[in-house]
Design a protein around this ligand. Structure first.
Ligand code: MLT
Ligand code: MN
Length: 312
């Protein structure tokens, strides 16, 4: 199975359109060791011809433009795509808005939890994807499922989904109760184990996670590879940087650093390769010359870049 990280930034991307923080500025000026990144998405293929996207980011048009594997093959029909299906890990804007760019009467399948499908259903703009051409299918929890294209043909990519501690999408929060608890453990946010039919190893993709508990640690033991929520380095970094009021935990994201962070929480779990994805434009690890970048690498983690490719 081939896997490509086509977007390694969190919502907003890097640089973010309206951000004037030092990191976005450095990315804009092309500072050495600071690389621009598009928003959160990966692609997997069992045969190198058909691809399954995991999340459809608002940058999908750019991502397809910079990924030849996702473009129509030169001998393909006049309208065609190698994208067979899109699996959604939550209903956040950075993970679903790209669906709107996949209109133009092109068949593919959408897979998501009942909650996420209900959100698509409740927002009629997603009807630009005619359900007769783009079936919406429920991802059942804790069951390995063959991902199929719109016509029901196997893609060769299998997915097992599981709830992770997270939060409902920002736009679903009740504005009248800004201090309410919007956390969710029941399928608003999921992680997925991705495998290729016939391959013995699998990859875990968890771009949003609020907490590492015993269930998750057990699940991840012996994984060949983990692509994990790397939104923030410290919980309060957006506040201290002066770019926002929210902490990572308020947004449903566990920090990389600290005793309760992901690096410490997974340090003794046997994982072949560990890679941070969904990196926010406030995260100092985006600067390869930073002490934080060094510390993350010293702890055995990689920091995803757009275009990063792996094979399993
Ligand atoms: C998140 O990951 O917390 C969301 O993508 C934030 C957002 O909707 O901008
Ligand atoms: Mn996000």
């Amino acid at each position: 199975m081939r896997l490509k990280i086509i977007g390694s930034a969190a919502g907003g991307g890097f640089p973010q359109w309206n951000c004037n923080y030092r990191l976005s500025r450095a990315a804009r000026t092309g500072m050495a060791g600071v690389h621009s990144r598009t928003q959160s998405s990966i692609a997997a293929s069992a045969d190198g011809a058909g691809w399954v996207l995991f999340n459809a980011s608002p940058d999908i048009r750019q991502q397809i433009a910079q990924t030849p594997e996702l473009q129509p093959a030169h001998d393909a029909p006049l309208r065609s795509t190698p994208i067979r299906a899109v699996v959604l890990t939550n209903a956040d804007v950075d993970h679903v808005a790209g669906l709107l760019s996949l209109r133009e009467r092109q068949p593919f399948a959408i897979y998501a939890t009942t909650q996420v499908l209900a959100t698509l259903e409740a927002n009629s703009i997603f009807n630009v994807l005619d359900p007769a051409l783009v079936p919406r299918r429920t991802l059942p929890p804790a069951k390995e499922l063959m991902i199929r294209d719109a016509d029901g043909r196997d893609t060769g990519v299998t997915v097992e989904s599981f709830s992770v501690p997270g939060k409902i999408a920002l736009y679903l929060e009740e504005r009248s109760q800004p201090d309410a608890n919007f956390s969710s453990d029941s399928g608003d946010t999921i992680g997925v184990r991705i495998a290729g039919a016939g391959s013995s190893s699998s990859v875990f993709y968890i771009p949003g996670c609020a907490r590492i508990d015993a269930t998750l640690r057990t699940r991840l033991a012996d994984a060949a590879c983990l692509l994990f929520d790397g939104t923030v380095y410290t919980d309060d970094e957006m506040v201290t940087a002066g770019v926002g009021q929210k902490t990572g935990s308020r947004m449903g994201h566990l920090a990389m650093s600290g005793d309760a962070g992901s690096i410490a929480g997974l340090a003794d779990v046997k994982i072949g390769r560990r890679v941070f994805v969904h990196i926010n434009n406030s995260n100092p690890v985006l600067d390869e010359n930073s002490a934080e970048h060094e510390a993350v690498k010293a702890a055995g983690w990689e920091i995803a870049r757009d275009g990063m490719e792996m094979e399993f």
